[in-house]
Design a protein around this ligand. Sequence first.
Ligand SMILES: Nc1ncnc2c1ncn2[C@@H]1O[C@H](COP(=O)(O)OP(=O)(O)OP(=O)(O)O)[C@@H](O)[C@H]1O
Ligand SMILES: [Mg+2]
Length: 371
Amino acid sequence: MRLLGLQAVGFRNLAPLDLQTDASFVVVHGKNAQGKTNLLEGVFLLATLKPLRARRTQELIAWGQEGAVVAATVRAGGLARRYKLQLGAGGRTLSLDGQRAEQADWFEGVRAIAFTPSDGEIVLGGPSERRAWIDRAAFTKAPRHLDLVRTYRRCLEQKSTALKAGRPDPILLDALDEQLAAAGAAVVRRRLDILAELRPRVAELHRRIAGDDGREVSLRYSPSIADGGPEEVQQRLTDKLARARKEELRRRSTLVGPQRDEVHILLDGQPARAFGSRGQVRSLVLSLKLAELVAARDRGEVPLFLLDDLSSELDRARTARLVQTLSDLRAQVFITTTDPSHLDALPSDDTLYVELSEGRVSAEGDAGGAG
Ligand SMILES: Nc1ncnc2c1ncn2[C@@H]1O[C@H](COP(=O)(O)OP(=O)(O)OP(=O)(O)O)[C@@H](O)[C@H]1O
Ligand SMILES: [Mg+2]
C-alpha cells in the first residue's frame, strides 16, 4: 500500500499542504510544535476515519476556520484511489474517486497502523487500554469489527440503563442478554482470531527488535475460552450472564462480558508492566504494532505505518533493526522526529525528508537534504 500524495487545507496548524511522494520512508522533521504530528494525524484520519489524538474530529479543524479537507491518493493491489474527507460544522463527508462514499466502502484500499509515544499505555495502563488495542487490531484486519463493537455497546448501554433504573422487566433483560451473548461472542471471536495471528509474530519480532536482552513475550486472553467455536463462546457468555443476573440486579450494573475481559501481555510469564524500562516498553509495543503489519502482509497488503516521535527511547541498534524490519516488509513508513540525524539507517535512495516549520513545508529532499 502506498500513499502517493497527501493534501490538507484548514487542518490543525498546517498551511495548505500538497505532498507528492512514493518513497518508502517519509521523514517529517522540525522543531517542537511545528505540526509534524498533525501531518501524521492527517494520514491516520484518512486511513481510519478516527482522530489519532483528539477526542473529537472537530478539534482537527484549524482554529478560526469553518472546515477542513484532507485528501490522498493511495495505491493498493495495483489500484490507485482518491480519498477525500471534508470536516465541517455538520460532520464529515467522504468521497472516493470523486463520488460521495459511505464508510463501509472506505477502508477497502486504505489502512494504517500508528505507533505513538502514548502507546506505552498499552503495556503500562489498565485493561481498557489493551482492549482498545486489540479491538483496533481486529478493526485493521477487518473493519467490520467496529460495527460489532458498536452493536455490542449499544446493547450494553440499554441494559445498563435498565438496571440503573431499578426493577427492570425480566423479559426485557432476557432479550437483552440474548443479544449481548450473540454480539459479545462475535466480538470475542474476532479478538481471539487476531490474537492467534499476532501471537507468534509478536514473539518473533520482539526477539528481533529487542536483540539479546529480549525476553519472551506472550499474549493471553482471559477469561480463557477453550478452543471453542462461535457457538461455544456464545453459550459460555449466555451461561455467565444467567449466573450473574442476581448480582447484577443487586448492584444495578452489568458485570460480565467482553467489556471486562483482559488481554495479558507477558514478558517471561510476568505482566510486562512490571518490567518497564522505557526502552523495553517501547520495543514491546513496537513488536505488537509490527506484528499487525506482518499479519496484514501475510494476508496480502501492508498498511501504512506511522511512527510518531521516533527519536527518544530507542537506541541506535534497535532503531537500525527496526528500519531493517520495515524495509524487509516493504512497508511505507511515515516518521516524525525532531532529530533526523539518528535515522542514518534509512535507505538514502528511498527516503523523503520533509521539514516542517510553523505548519509549512520548508524543505523537501532526499537524504542529502536532511538538516
Ligand atoms: N485545530 C488547530 N488549529 C490550529 N493549530 C492547532 C490546532 N490543533 C493544534 N494546533 C497547534 O499545532 C501545533 C503543532 O502541533 P504538533 O503536535 O503537530 O507539533 P509537533 O511538530 O509534532 O511537535 P512535537 O515535536 O512537540 O511533537 C501546536 O502548537 C498546536 O497548538
Ligand atoms: Mg509531535
